[in-house]
Design a protein around this ligand. Structure first.
Ligand SMILES: [Zn+2]
Length: 330
């Protein structure tokens, strides 16, 4: 992603698309009348989110090496993520497509979509990107080679996998869709729309026609020690009410040191393309400091397992897990 205001709108760079249904379990819930809890209704405590499990999901992803589109690691990690989601979700869809990179390469992109309570009318979309950057362009010591992307990629996916693991046995009445986007980090900041190729692919071809969610939450770089998350300005523009509700929930759960209710500049990230393509107001929970920008590990080889701590994964994951059971008015 890049910190920037709106780019000019240009044509999508996407081409081929195949969506295959990987599985559909037999225990899908009947069309239940979705609850619409109010912000004044009693708060529901839910337990089960385990920091150590989330941390292990980060390590599992890193074991494949850099998850760069067009590599063996991409395919192996996609298969791993798909198999994990198949264990937990009602349905898992795999969206195989081809994207054109800023330098003209045509590369495979694999988006994965796991759904819970797929017939529910009210839905929340949870998203993260699972690829890692093919360059270490911010690394002053060694800019060569792809990065592991422990925070920038794997951390958000790990939180969503841990939420999915819990949703297998404990779930709200609303529907939940987990969107794992590929090819987010293959861009160059000088080239507009060169990041977020997987979410652009999905937004132009959603996994279900006329797909709607009441709102969405994107996770990006959510595992660093003492990470702080602010109100990113695109999120504020189309999801201010969701931001306020989520940050208040984090504070209630004891994570106020991580969640700072203060606006920061707009960032072009997957949530921007989701909103632009589908109108779903998706907010971005992303580590970005208003004084210093992205953290020192960002787009360097220091973005390895040492850059992630269970405590921060837990703060974000437990907040998000509670948000599913205590959403704002839908
Ligand atoms: Zn990145």
């Amino acid at each position: 992603m890049r910190a920037k205001t709106f780019p000019h709108l240009t044509g999508l760079v996407l081409t081929i698309l195949v969506v295959t249904a990987s599985s559909c379990s037999s225990h899908e819930t009947p069309a239940e009348k979705s609850q619409t809890p109010t912000e004044t209704s009693s708060f529901r405590e839910v337990s089960g989110f385990q920091a150590d499990s989330a941390y292990q999901f980060v390590a599992d992803q890193l074991s494949f090496g850099p998850r760069v589109p067009g590599t063996k690691a991409q395919k192996a990690c996609a298969d791993y993520l798909e198999s994990k989601l198949l264990n937990y979700a009602d349905t898992v869809l795999r969206q195989d497509g081809t994207v054109r990179t800023y330098d003209g390469k045509l590369l495979p992109a694999i988006n994965l979509i796991a759904s819970f309570n797929w017939q529910a009318e009210h839905r929340i979309a949870l998203a993260s990107h699972w690829d890692s950057r093919p360059f270490a362009d911010q690394d002053t010591k060694n800019p060569e080679g792809a990065i592991l992307g422990a925070n920038d990629g794997a951390s958000g996916v790990a939180v969503l996998l841990e939420i999915a693991r819990n949703l297998k046995t404990l779930r709200p009445d609303i529907g939940i869709d987990i969107l794992l986007f590929d090819a987010e980090d293959y861009g160059m900041s000088q080239v507009e729309n060169s990041f977020c190729l997987g979410s652009q692919l999905w937004a132009a071809n959603p996994h279900r026609s006329n797909y709607r969610a009441d709102f969405g939450v994107l996770l990006d770089m959510v595992g660093a020690k003492d990470a702080q998350f602010y109100w990113e300005d695109h999120s504020y523009a189309w999801g201010g009410r969701i931001l306020n509700h989520t940050w208040r929930m984090a504070s209630r759960l004891g994570y106020a040191k991580h969640f700072i209710a203060q606006r920061i500049p707009a960032i072009i990230d997957d949530h921007y393309y989701v909103y632009r393509g589908t109108g779903i107001p998706m907010i971005d929970i992303i580590q970005y400091n208003p004084q210093t920008g992205f953290a020192p590990y960002w787009h360097t080889h220091d973005d390895n397992l040492d850059a992630v701590v269970p405590e921060t994964l837990n703060a974000v994951g437990n907040t998000l897990f509670h948000l599913l059971f205590n959403p704002p008015n839908l």
